[in-house]
Design a binder for this molecule. Sequence first.
Ligand code: PNS
Length: 166
Amino acid sequence: MNDVQKSTLAIYPGSFDPITNGHISIIQRGLEIFDRIIIAVATNSAKRGLFSIPERIELVESSLNHNDRITVDTFSGLLVDYVESVGAKIVVRGLRALSDFEYEFQMALMNRKLNRKIQTVFMMTDYRWLYVSSTIIKEAASLGGSVSGMVPPLVDKALRNKYGFE
Ligand code: PNS
């Protein structure tokens, strides 16, 4: 074995509209495996956003304790091009239930077809966040439901503000 260990940089891409406890769990557990993680907020997602890109970045940054091993960035265009541009080779995605699998599998294979040097690594979600997604969080919050405990407190507050419940 070579003494010189290469530091591993992983990219965790997503819409993060907004960040949830499920995302945070993947980031925290990802740090057990990778030396550095760049959280890459997609700016050209097909999904119509609730929060603006600067708001999403702000919520991601304030939801995570400052850590030199984490960077928050944005990207537009192809994910694989972004990954290559920052000198990384690993994309991390969280997997919840079977329902995620088809889309994730399709995306991972397309990304692999586009750039064979980049590998997608899937991490299983913590069972506590199995049912949590940004989409379902927004639906519940938009109707006045409490999402406390599923998102960081400041995201909970931002959602209540957005939907006029505060
Ligand atoms: O949190 P999401 O919405 O599931 O994240 C999806 C995201 C942003 C990671 C994905 O849509 C993406 O990578 N978009 C950038 C364009 C791209 O490279 N698409 C995949 C190959 S066509």
